[in-house]
Structures are given as structure tokens and as C-alpha cells.
Ligand binder design. Structure first.
Ligand code: COA
Length: 112
């Protein structure tokens, strides 16, 4: 698991991340920061479509913290991940390459 090497500051790492299954989000308890996903292929593929962190909290690694929570969930539930969100494909995965093993297929975005 890549947990522990997320690059999150202590402030960001201390924020609890909640799974909001109904809205298909991983989010902070105040719901201000979130990772939005869609389920595809009968629920076996998790397409991470958008990540959002309020401007006042950016640069602390909070998006990384959210993304690790979502990847842990995918791995625990044998789901593969499509990194449609550019933050995840262009920043998170290159900085945390061990998560590549959970990707649906290299370089594939929302083409299914
Ligand atoms: N695509 C790829 N990488 C991005 C990015 C984007 N759109 N926006 C920021 N980054 C990179 C930055 O270059 C930064 O790198 P640095 O550490 O060298 O400065 C890094 O993400 C910061 O990582 P982290 O601290 O974990 O992210 P964050 O908590 O600041 O949140 C976003 C990052 C993208 C979620 C936030 O800036 C945001 O909500 N932006 C508006 C919405 C958006 O563009 N979402 C991404 C596309 S779905």
C-alpha cells in the first residue's frame, strides 16, 4: 500500500476522509474537498472523474490524501481504476507509481 508516502502535510493527513457511497464521493467531513467517481463495467471499474480542494486548502496534499483513500477502497474491493481526473493521472500516479497496479489499463481514460 502507498499509504504513508502521500506527501500530505500533518494538517492534511489528520483530516478524516469519509466514503459517501450515495453520491459516489470520498470527501472531508465538512464535504468541502472531495474526489468524485463513477462506477463502470457493472461496478467493477472505478472511474475517478474529478478531484476538488477549496483554494484555501490547496498545496497541503489534501487531494493526495483523498486519492489514497479512494485507491485503498478500490484495491480492497478488487476494483480497477480509470484516472480520468488530470490531477490523478498527471500528478498523483507519477508521484505514487506503486498504485499503477490498480489501474484499469495503462493510459486509458473514459473510453469505456
Ligand atoms: N492537474 C494535474 N496536477 C495538478 C492540477 C491539475 N489540474 N492542479 C494541481 N496539480 C498539482 C500541482 O502541480 C501541485 O504540485 P506541487 O506539489 O508541485 O505544487 C499538486 O497538484 C498539489 O498536490 P496536492 O496538494 O495533493 O493537491 P491539492 O490538495 O492542492 O488539490 C486539486 C489539487 C487539483 C484538487 C486542486 O488544485 C483543485 O481543486 N483544483 C480545481 C479543480 C481541478 O482542476 N481538479 C483537477 C481536475 S479534475
Amino acid at each position: 500500500m502507498a499509504t504513508g508516502s502521500t506527501g500530505a502535510t500533518p494538517e492534511a493527513a489528520a483530516m478524516k476522509i469519509v466514503w459517501n457511497e450515495r453520491q459516489r464521493r470520498f470527501e472531508t467531513e465538512d464535504k468541502q474537498a472531495y474526489l468524485q467517481y463513477e462506477l463502470r463495467n457493472g461496478g467493477k471499474v472505478m472511474d475517478m472523474v474529478h478531484t476538488f480542494v477549496p483554494a484555501s486548502k490547496r498545496g497541503l496534499g489534501l487531494a493526495s490524501h483523498l486519492t489514497v483513500a479512494a485507491f485503498n477502497h478500490a484495491q480492497s474491493n478488487s476494483l480497477s481504476v480509470i484516472p480520468t481526473c488530470s490531477y490523478i493521472s498527471d500528478t498523483f500516479i507519477p508521484r505514487n507509481p506503486s498504485w499503477k497496479s490498480v489501474l484499469y489499463s495503462k493510459d486509458v481514460k473514459s473510453s469505456i
